[in-house]
Design a protein around this ligand. Structure first.
Ligand code: C2E
Ligand code: CA
Ligand code: CA
Ligand code: CA
Length: 278
C-alpha cells in the first residue's frame, strides 16, 4: 500500500525509492566531501612468512558531514556510476604519492603502497601519464606503487586492460589482480594479464577449515600463480588456523585483521620505523 501521495515515490516501491534517494545523497555528498577534505586513507600492512612488513594497501575512508562514515563498498560503486570516480582516484593517487615522499623524507624508506583502481580508471586514456606525472611531481620511483585491479574489472574491459597494464608494467609499476577467484577467469585468459601478484579473495580464506572446496580453490590459485610466476597474497586472514593453512600451501604474503587492521598514518609510520630496514 502506498502511504505517500508524493508522485516521485509513487513510481517506485519504498525500498527502491529509498535506495535511489540514498545514492543521490551519496553522490551530492562526494562532491561536497572532496571539496571539504572529508576523505582520507588508511594503510593495511601485508606481511611475509617471517612476519615482516612486505607492503601496504591504501584503503579509502570517508567521514561525511551529512551522512557520517560511509563504507567504500557503498560509495565507490556510486562514484563509478556517476563519473565521480575520476576525482576520487585523482585524490587517492596524489595522497599516496605524497605519503611515500613523506616516508622517504622522514625515515629514508617507504613500503610499496598498493592502491585500488576502478575498472573505470583503467579505461582512462590519460591513466598512464596521470600516474607517471604524480610520481614525477613527488620525485618517487615507480617501483613504490602497486596497482590493484579486480579480476571482474579486468574481464569486463579485457583489451584495454591488457594494453594499459602492459604499459604500466613496462614503466616499473607493480600490478596485482584483486579479489582473485571471484571472476571465474580461464587459465588462458589469465596468462594474458601482466600481473606480478594475485590476491586470493577473502571469501575463500574465510572458509578455511570449513569447506574443502574453498581450500582446493586456494591451492589451485596458488599453483596457477606459480605457473604464471606471480606472487600470492591472501586477504582477510583472521585467525591462526587460516594462517597456518595458507603457509602450508605456499601462499607468499598475508593481510588481514589477525595481523593488522587498516592503520592511520601515525600508526603506520610507527610500524614502518619498527620494521626498518625494510
Ligand atoms: P578490497 O580491495 O578487497 O579491500 C579489502 C577490504 O577488506 C577492506 O575493506 C579491508 O578493510 C577489509 N579487510 C581487511 N582485512 C580484513 C579481515 O581480516 N577481515 C575482514 N572481514 N575484512 C578485512 P574496505 O576498506 O571497507 O574496502 C572495501 C572495498 O572498497 C575494497 O575491497 C575495495 O574494492 C574498495 N575500495 C577501498 N578503498 C578504495 C579506493 O581507494 N579506491 C577504489 N577504487 N576502491 C576502494
Ligand atoms: Ca584491494
Ligand atoms: Ca581485495
Ligand atoms: Ca575482497
Amino acid at each position: 500500500a502506498r502511504k505517500s501521495s508524493d508522485q516521485s515515490t509513487s513510481l517506485f516501491d519504498d525500498a527502491e525509492a529509498q535506495e535511489i534517494r540514498r545514492n543521490i545523497e551519496i553522490e551530492v555528498g562526494i562532491i561536497s566531501g572532496l571539496k571539504h577534505n572529508e576523505f582520507h586513507l588508511m594503510y593495511q600492512p601485508k606481511i611475509c612468512h617471517q612476519g615482516k612488513l612486505a607492503g601496504v594497501e591504501a584503503l579509502l575512508r570517508w567521514d561525511s558531514a551529512s551522512l557520517g562514515r560511509v563504507s567504500p563498498a557503498e560509495f565507490i560503486p556510486v562514484a563509478e556510476h556517476s563519473g565521480l570516480i575520476h576525482h576520487i582516484s585523482d585524490f587517492i593517487l596524489d595522497a599516496v604519492c605524497a605519503q611515500i615522499r613523506l616516508w622517504l623524507d622522514t625515515h629514508g624508506e617507504s613500503p610499496v603502497v598498493a592502491l585500488n583502481l576502478s575498472v573505470i580508471d583503467l579505461a582512462r586514456t590519460d591513466l598512464i601519464e596521470l600516474i607517471e606525472e604524480r610520481c614525477q611531481h613527488y620525485r618517487i620511483e615507480t617501483r613504490y606503487l602497486e596497482l590493484e585491479i579486480t579480476e571482474t574489472g579486468l574481464i569486463a574491459n579485457e583489451a584495454i586492460s591488457i594494453q594499459h597494464l602492459n604499459a604500466l608494467k613496462k614503466r616499473g609499476f607493480s600490478i596485482a589482480i584483486d579479489d582473485f577467484g571471484t571472476g571465474y577467469s580461464s587459465l588462458s585468459k589469465l596468462s594474458h594479464f601482466p600481473a606480478h601478484t594475485v590476491k586470493i579473495d577473502r571469501s575463500f580464506v574465510a572458509q578455511i577449515g570449513y569447506n574443502a572446496k574453498s581450500e582446493m580453490i586456494i591451492k589451485a590459485i596458488i599453483s596457477l600463480a606459480e605457473i604464471l610466476s606471480c606472487k600470492t597474497v591472501a586477504e582477510g586472514v583472521e585467525n591462526e588456523d587460516q594462517e597456518s593453512f595458507l603457509k602450508q600451501v605456499g601462499c607468499d604474503f598475508f593481510q588481514g585483521y589477525y595481523f593488522y587492521h587498516p592503520l592511520n598514518r601515525r600508526d603506520m609510520s610507527d610500524l614502518l620505523v619498527s620494521n626498518l630496514p625494510l
